[in-house]
Write a protein that binds this ligand. Sequence first.
Ligand code: 3H9
Length: 697
Amino acid sequence: MSEVVTYNREGTVGVITVNYPPVNALSHAVRSGLVAALEQGQKDSGAKVLLLVCEGRTFIAGADIREFGKPMQSPGLPEVMDHYENSDKPMVAAIHGTALGGGLETAIACHYRIALSSARVGLPEVKLGLLPGAGGTQRLPRLTGAKKALEMITTGEFVDAREALELGIVDAVDDGDDIKAAGLAFAQKIADEGKPVRRVRDLTEKLEADKGSDVFDQFRASLEKKARGLFSPFKCVDAIQAAFELPFDEGMKRERELFTECMESPQRAGLIHAFFAEREVSKVKGLAKDTPVRDINSVGIIGAGTMGGGIAMNFANVGIPVTIVEVKQEALDKGLGIIRKNYENSAKKGRISQQQVEERMALISGSLTYDDFKEVDLVIEAVFENMAIKKEIFAKLDAVCKPGAILASNTSTLDIDEIASATGRPEDVVGMHFFSPANVMKLLENVRGSKTSDEVKATVMAVAKKIKKVGVLVGNCYGFVGNRMLHKRGAEAMSLVNEGATPQQVDKVLTDLGYPMGQFAMSDLAGIDVGYRIREERRNAGENVPASWVDKLVEQNRLGQKTMAGVYKYEEGSRKPIPDPEVDAIIADFRKEQGITPREISDQEILERCMFVMINEGAKILEEGIADRALDIDVVWIYGYGFPAYRGGPMFWADQLGLDTILQAVEKYYDELGGDQWKPSALLKKLVAEGKSFGDL
Ligand code: 3H9
């Protein structure tokens, strides 16, 4: 027998124990171990009932994702499930932690289930571009009915043990924390009461209730919007519907066919890359695993604007007290008022309780003086982008803050080393770039200055985890990873419109690729005066920044959503961008002024110019060591800018497309259009010459 699964008997209960850290994933060793242990339990005449339980932090977290894409080794998971369901002794699963994917499928192939009240269950395969492929789409609806099975399987969301009990997914919940003891007691009860084997495959009541209903068509219609561009949610619906229309064994066959289709889809590859990339980014190259991390028990924030307020909420949400300093009482009151309103809105939506609103607000205090930063462990400056002001602030912080306090800037573009030079402790200075809305967006782009200490780097990465963000550590340059690439795309999008495209054509190409919004809808959301101010500053500094039709909009006070007009117009109370003939006229005038004869621009050209300019910049970012790995860039784009995770991130997408195709196009645009942004990256050229991809780095 495999050592990762063991069998022993306690009284009349035969206990099968899985012990395969970290998350008891169903690797080949676990699958074969499960079958062998079950056989032993069947043969053991002293065992009246069998119990499946896991060691470590969790029940089985699913199939072993690392085995995907490799040749499948027998026994396959559906086969293992069959063995468990067909056991002629009652089979009990005892769940702690999370029973996910193949883990929950294993549990529902057993005859009875008990869970600790702290446990959660779910079928998150859809988040990996898959569907439950070991009977989940056939067994879960037999327990819950169609609607809940559709919801759980197409969203991948977990339910907690109490809800699982109400839904019929588990049979009992235990409030303690000893899963083995709870499982043994429950199994003993099953044996004492002489409960029969109860196979989920044979349950028909819930199937009859929903048979022939239009719930599937309704669900498909609702997915058109919610799952735009995604492949597997629709396949999940097909598979669940099969449970209602076909006998169990045929339903299983249908599930397998659909699972295979998902497995072969590029979206599966993209989503699994994103899953591992999200976990890899926490392992920073060159930073020893045992680097000490400073305690962060209190935080100071400078600026109560949208950013400062959003950042403060992240800390209050996890119980860390925050002091926000503003220059004027009025601005402070306004900022605190907005934070309260945000929390109240969450309470209205049922996401948090009114008590939590009060608890979190009690953790956030306002002040007009830096003296209140004397004792804090971390200060994050979140004022607008102006180097002189930031340096002044950091000099003051240096004077006030205790030794060892981390001084961070939320700058989205400026030089961290220059900011640090205003202090006598550059080793404690770092960038912590949050993305708007800061209480929602999952990315935290942590920026290391040339003198930032390892301890500070490790601490800000730990802070990201603590406040439930995905932290990526990047190097210091204009715009770091995210905005440096975004600005290249923005400039290219503007040029495309100069030359003849419409803003809505550019945006549509990007949303068709899977972005939640296009370049111009996004800049309207952020305010197009932001870019204008940056361009003006560069012009004032003597740089040759070409004129742009967007500047004309700003000059007419079309600043974006906040003035209900920008590149698009907006209706009262709506964020939906509406193309505006006035803007078309402004663009036409601008072209005339510049002597440009507009031409037809194809969607393909828009896609190439917007995306390849970013990829070329991404390659330069790697070349310069600003990002350590291509996957760091992918994670920045997925969590900071809504790049579709099912494409794996821009660099993974580039690899899939073929770097030679990209290089050819970059060289062509460099010849035709010139400009530094199109100068082919040396790394890109090298990889193509060696037949390699970004993923090989
Ligand atoms: C499936 O089941 C298909 C079936 O329906 C049909 C098949 C035929 N495999 O997230 P963490 C690793 S699809 C391999 O940091 P946490 C992870 O990479 C699967 N490895 O911990 C990391 O490794 P490292 C459906 C896995 O406590 C380490 O474990 N299941 C797997 O924050 C710790 O992970 C899922 O989609 C896996 N399945 O969260 C569940 N899972 O330390 C996916 C994790 O080297 N997993 N690892 O970086 C999760 O959601 C979270 O990992 C979990 C723990 C909630 C379990």
